[in-house]
Structures are given as C-alpha cells and as structure tokens.
Write a protein that binds this ligand. Structure first.
Ligand SMILES: *Cc1c(COP(=O)(O)O)cnc(C)c1O
Length: 355
C-alpha cells in the first residue's frame, strides 16, 4: 500500500487542447509552451504525445530543452528567455535550439559567438510589459544586426502581452499597435499571443501563437471554456471520518468551528503535495464525484472536508482536489492565486500516472 495521492495526466486531452488552440487561429503555427516541466504536468511525456503535430515547443532555458532532446524530441524548441550566458550558445546551435534575443547583451553574445551552424532567433520587442525585450526604437537596428550576422538563420519578431486576460482593457490593443509600429518595414514572421490572447484577441494572432495554460485545459479568462479538457486530475482518498458536535473545531488554529453537527472527512493531501495552504473554508472539493467544501486549515499532509451531504461516504472513498469535477482555476481563485501556480507547485511526493 502507498499513500493514495495522485496526479493523473490525460495526454489525449493535452493533444485535443493543442488542436483546439490551433483551430482558434487558422493558418497560424502554434508553439506549445511546455516550460517548467510542462507547467508541472511532465514535459517529456507530453512532448512525446504532441511531437508528431506540434509546430514547435517553447521552454524557459537550455536545461529544459536538453531534457527534451535527450528524450528523443527533435521538434523545433524555442528558449523563450534565450541564453543566460554566452557559453550556452555552442550547445544551443548543436541541438538546434531557437533563441529568444531580448537584450543588447544577448545580441552581442550571439554576434560574437562562433556556433557550428547558424541559429534561428526570436527577437523580442518590449511593447509595454516592461520586463524583457528591446525598446521599440531599437528594434530595427537590432534586427539589422542579426540579419547581417552569419550566426543567424531565420528571425521571428515577437512580443509578450501583459494583460490579455483582461478582455475589456485597452492595454492589449495598445501593445499590438506599439509592436506593429516598432516592426514597420521589417519583414518576417511575427508572434504575440499567449493563451489569453489566442482566446480573446484575434487581432493578436499573427504568424505564431504561443499557447501555454490552455493546453493544460485551464482557461486564463474569467469565463471557463468548456471546449478545453483538463489534463491533470489531483486525486486522493478519505483516510478518516469523524462526527463532530456543535462548537467543536477542526485542525490547526481551529479555523473552522462546527455550527451544526458535522461529519468531517480527512483527505490525504496537504500543502506538501502542492495543495494551497491558503485555501479558505468553502473551497470546492469533490468526494465521490460530488461537490463539497474544504473546512479547516490545510495542513502539510492532510486537509478536511464537509461530509454532511454525504452520510454514506467511507474511508477509502475517492476525492478530487482539482480536475474535471473541480477546476484548478476555481481552487486557485478561492486561494488568491492562479492555476499556473497550483500546477507548477505539485511536489515530488505526488505519484504521477499517465493515461
Ligand atoms: C509562458 C509563456 C507563454 C504562455 O503563456 P500562457 O499564459 O500560459 O498561455 C507564451 N509566451 C511566452 C513568452 C511565455 O513565456
């Protein structure tokens, strides 16, 4: 017997979500963003499932890209933050990684390198997020330097949107306009859209879209999209049940005190598995596929749920923390965070099962 805390990963759902993402931007190519171990889902398994049809994969760094190459993935891979030191460039060329170039320093490194073959580059423009990317006024010059270098093969012009999930904000149209103006007169493919932009801002689609979170079945927008299929189910079981009387409280700090006689289920999942400790009373949890709620503070290895509506529930019964019955976005919303963080914080104690 082992601890019954599982992340069950549906690889077919991941592929279906990629196809759906592509259907939203017909004619565009789609970079499947699988950085951070595919948002905690397992990059190698998901890349293998999608390798035959992904136009390219996006990761954060050489280490993540190497893991894919070493697993036999030969698709194009874009390092979305480029290299962190010039010594990475030779290896990147050897393994045919595409490099983001977001700063004058990275540009100098690339032009000074002696790679075995020219590298494809995604030249990043800062159109208003003010994190990475060239100042719009410097883009034409940076592009010209890249184009003149024997170290550079193809160049994609890219930018990243800060507020694409806010569908009534002017920030995204402003960023799109800024980007278009910055690249005026420069030819070549372009890329702007993350998942939120792909779903909400058709004007941003351009030549390459870059879906991440939606591939895992979670919508970055406020309204859920039923065509997205959750890829991860975080599941466990009831390991104890007790009946408390009025006035008794549960767990550390006694955060929840029973106002009525309460049947409490103890679930083998806690913050050391990646369930958010800040989840408040009332956060949805599914027991035997029926919705109930978290009551009491989440502890390291356990959490507690209200079983008053399920008097027949027994030790060993099935609990879903998030997945198809409870969306990760909803748990995240209750806990003051986003599904991205929940997914990437699953810890190694959780058993992964791929289907
Ligand atoms: C992570 C990332 C994405 C994907 O964003 P989602 O919101 O998960 O779709 C797209 N582009 C870049 C540059 C990224 O770093």
């Amino acid at each position: 017997m082992s601890r019954p805390t599982f992340a069950i990963i549906d690889t077919a759902a991941f592929v279906a979500n990629y196809r759906y993402a592509k259907s939203l931007a017909p004619g565009a190519r789609a970079l499947a963003v699988i950085k951070a171990n595919a948002y905690g889902h397992g990059a190698v398994v998901l890349a293998r499932a999608l390798a035959a049809e992904a136009d390219a994969f996006g990761v954060a760094c050489s280490e993540e890209a190497m893991e894919l190459r070493e697993s036999g993935i030969d698709s194009p891979i874009v390092l979305l933050e480029g290299v962190f030191e010039p010594a990475e460039i030779a290896n990147a060329a050897m393994h045919q990684f595409t490099l983001a170039v977001h700063s004058p320093q990275q540009l100098d490194w690339l032009l000074a390198a002696r790679p075995a073959r020219p590298l494809d580059v995604w030249l990043k423009v800062d159109s208003g997020m003010h994190r990475l990317g060239f100042d719009p006024r410097e883009v034409a010059h940076a592009h010209a330097r890249l184009q003149a270098s024997p170290n550079v093969a193809q160049i994609v012009l890219m930018s990243h949107l800060a507020r694409a999930d806010e569908t009534d904000s002017a920030a995204t149209p402003n960023q799109i306009d800024c980007f278009r103006e910055a690249i005026q007169g420069i030819g070549g493919p372009t890329s702007l859209a993350n998942s939120a932009a792909l779903m909400a801002w058709p004007r941003s689609h351009a030549d390459w879209v870059r879906p991440g979170i939606m591939l895992y079945g979670s919508s970055p927008l406020e309204t859920p999209d039923t065509r997205l299929q959750p890829v991860m189910r975080l599941e466990s079981r009831l390991i104890a049940i007790r009946d408390l009387t009025v006035g008794e409280s549960i767990g550390y700090g006694g955060r929840y005190t029973c106002a009525v006689p309460t049947r409490v289920g103890v679930v083998a999942a806690g913050y050391a598995d990646g369930y958010p400790r800040h989840a408040p009373d009332g956060t949805p949890v599914a027991v035997n596929d029926r919705l109930t709620r978290l009551i009491g503070r989440v502890s390291m290895d356990m959490l507690t749920v209200d079983l008053n509506e399920q008097p027949q529930a027994q030790v060993g019964d099935h609990v879903q923390l998030w997945g198809d019955r409870v969306s990760a976005a909803e748990v995240a919303h209750h806990s003051g965070t986003i599904a991205y963080e929940l997914f990437t914080r699953i810890t190694r104690r959780v058993h992964f099962q791929y289907r």
